[in-house]
Design a protein around this ligand. Structure first.
Ligand SMILES: *[C@@H]1O[C@H](CO)[C@@H](O)[C@H](O)[C@H]1NC(C)=O
Ligand SMILES: *[C@@H]1O[C@H](CO)[C@@H](O)[C@H](O)[C@H]1NC(C)=O
Ligand SMILES: *[C@@H]1O[C@H](CO)[C@@H](O)[C@H](O)[C@H]1NC(C)=O
Length: 540
């Protein structure tokens, strides 16, 4: 960084002009593909001019505008400045030439201005304002946003505008960008029960999410196979239910993830799926699962959570109380999918309970009874619930505002129509199960989905709050999570951020190929889309 100041050499008028022209000639790049913008996801509006600006790593900095409501005490922004400086300059080899930038062509600073209460110390939420305006001109570019969340998105876009020309100089076209997301909920679902994912891997995923403007990490943290969440109230759950004592998320680990996410404007949405998918819960918590019967004797196997015991609900209420403080998000995902009724049906006490309740051997009613108890608990904790679609399908009387996540492809459009007609907000993930892989460019299918393509009124469509790309963990662990997610999830990222009309697959391919290389350059092992190469390969 010793070159600081060299770019500011002041030459008398004519000399300066000549120098500028000479520099322009020297730098005017050969026909180079990197001149095209490769923004991902595409902003609402991006205007660019042929005027080129040059950045010198030693003479460029991020700063706060004097009128900004945020300043150097805003850690979220200070950290973001540090990160984006490294993304822009850090992963490239320096190249001679950039220190001779004539000042009228130099971009020296990005000045950030936050207009309203910046929310520096808040957690992002479903209503967080992520909009921003970015004006890139010399010598000072400006990034304006209502809140820090918009600044974070704008910094990502700014970093994507800068490329190295064929001489290695850091270059950006003069441009003016106005941007905001189409949907407020743009998530990635990870599954840490089928396989444990080390904290390091989760943090890497959060980095990649920020590069693609995702804002929700849906953490499907426990399931049948293992219970890695270390509860303060019920430590036996992970002591007995995790794969091993080193495959556990301590309170400190969870805090690390939540905080790392906050610094990137990402919410952490915990899912504690029940009453099905809970085999691992039974190892560390006595009587929580339903004993299954065979020929009027307990068979020694266990089914879903036992919905007929008072002890079940006092346990759940303590557990969810803890979860609601450990995870600051307004929402808790309660699961509720794929409940197997066979075990309940075999158990005489369950049948008796149902008879007394007048459930008439309708196990969906028992499931609804259970879900209702848990939904009430969550709402008493002043939190909102998200459930998988079965909870709605099986006649659950849902509290208004409960969000329904649609994951089944069967009758998909109809389901969206029905749920929104009933007035419930929806998250879409059915077309975006990224754990399903097949040969070829499947990102094109994810990209071609139009989330609002169902019959419904504008009011119904407004209830679609977004979607999630899901990478279930049966065949995924730390070795393959990243390449399997990226850049396939990027297709979903653009679908959820960019305007409905952004559907050109050829342009998307061009930009995504570059974006994938950009991710690789930033240390994300994103797999290739197809044949080709990256400019900066091997400099990770
Ligand atoms: C950027 O500037 C170059 C050089 O003037 C020009 O050829 C190119 O079209 C511009 N790119 C965009 C996207 O405006
Ligand atoms: C369970 O709770 C209900 C309602 O509070 C009560 O009526 C019932 O007696 C309790 N059952 C047992 C077995 O404690
Ligand atoms: C949608 O609702 C109608 C009645 O309101 C019902 O007949 C139909 O089966 C539902 N479809 C789905 C997919 O749930």
């Amino acid at each position: 960084m010793e070159q600081r100041g060299l770019g500011r050499l002041r030459l008398p008028g004519l000399l300066a002009l000549l120098a500028a022209l000479a520099a322009l000639a020297a730098w005017s790049p050969r026909v180079s593909a990197s001149l095209d913008l490769s923004l991902w996801p595409l902003p609402v509006s991006a205007m660019t001019t042929p005027r080129l600006l040059y950045l010198s790593p030693g003479n460029f900095f991020f700063g706060h505008s004097p009128s900004s409501k945020a300043g150097p005490s805003c850690a979220v922004l200070q950290e973001a400045f540090r990160r984006y400086y490294a993304y822009i300059f850090g992963s490239y080899k320096w190249h001679r030439g950039y220190n001779k930038i004539p000042s009228e062509m130099e971009l020296q600073k990005l000045e950030v201005s936050v207009i309203m209460d910046p929310e520096c110390d808040s957690f992002p939420s479903i209503t967080s304002d992520e909009s921003y305006n970015l004006l890139v001109q010399g010598p000072v570019a400006t990034l304006t946003a209502n809140r820090v969340w918009g600044v974070l998105r704008g910094l990502e876009t700014f970093s994507q505008l800068i490329y190295q020309d064929s001489h290695g100089a850091f270059t950006a076209n003069e441009s003016n960008i106005v941007d905001s997301p189409r949907f407020p909920h743009r998530g990635i679902l990870i599954d840490t029960s089928r396989h444990f994912l080390p904290v390091k891997t989760i943090l890497k995923t959060l980095d990649a999410m920020a590069f693609n403007k995702f804002n929700v990490l849906h953490w499907h943290i426990v399931d049948d196979q293992s219970f890695p969440y270390q509860s303060i109230t019920f430590p036996e759950l992970s002591n007995k239910g995790s794969y091993s004592l080193s495959h556990v998320y301590t309170p400190n680990d969870v805090h690390t993830v939540v905080e790392y996410a906050r610094f990137r404007g990402i919410r952490v949405l915990p899912e504690f799926d029940s009453p099905g998918h809970t085999a691992s819960w039974g190892k560390g918590q006595k009587d929580i699962l339903t004993p299954c019967y065979h020929a009027s004797e307990p068979s020694g196997t266990f089914g879903p959570i036992n919905p007929i015991l008072n002890s079940t609900y006092s346990f759940l209420s303590k557990l969810f109380k803890e979860i609601s403080t450990v995870f600051p998000d307004e929402f808790i995902h309660l699961g509720g999918d794929e409940v197997d009724f066979n075990c309940w049906e075999s158990n005489p006490a369950v049948l008796n309970f149902m008879m007394n309740k007048g459930f008439d051997r309708n196990f969906k009613k028992l499931q609804s009874f259970y879900m209702q108890m848990v939904l009430d608990m969550i709402s008493a904790m002043k939190k909102r619930s998200i459930v998988w679609q079965e909870v709605y399908d099986d006649e659950g009387k849902l509290i208004p505002g409960t969000v329904v996540q649609v994951w089944k492809m069967d009758n998909f459009d109809n389901e969206l129509r029905n749920i929104t007609a009933a007035g419930f907000p929806v998250i879409i993930s059915a077309p975006w199960y990224l754990d399903t892989i097949h040969y070829g460019q499947d990102w094109r299918e994810y990209y071609s989905v139009e989330p609002l393509n169902f019959l419904g009124t504008p009011k119904q469509k407004q209830l679609v709050i977004g979607g999630e790309a899901c990478i279930w963990g049966e065949y995924v662990d730390a070795t393959n999570l990243t390449p399997r997610l990226w850049p396939r999830a990027s297709a979903v990222g653009e679908r959820l951020w960019s305007h409905q009309d952004v559907t050109d697959l050829r342009d998307a391919y061009r930009r995504l190929t570059r974006h994938r290389c950009r991710m690789v350059g930033r240390g994300i092992a994103a797999q290739p889309l197809f044949t080709g190469y990256c400019e900066h390969e091997g400099r990770m």
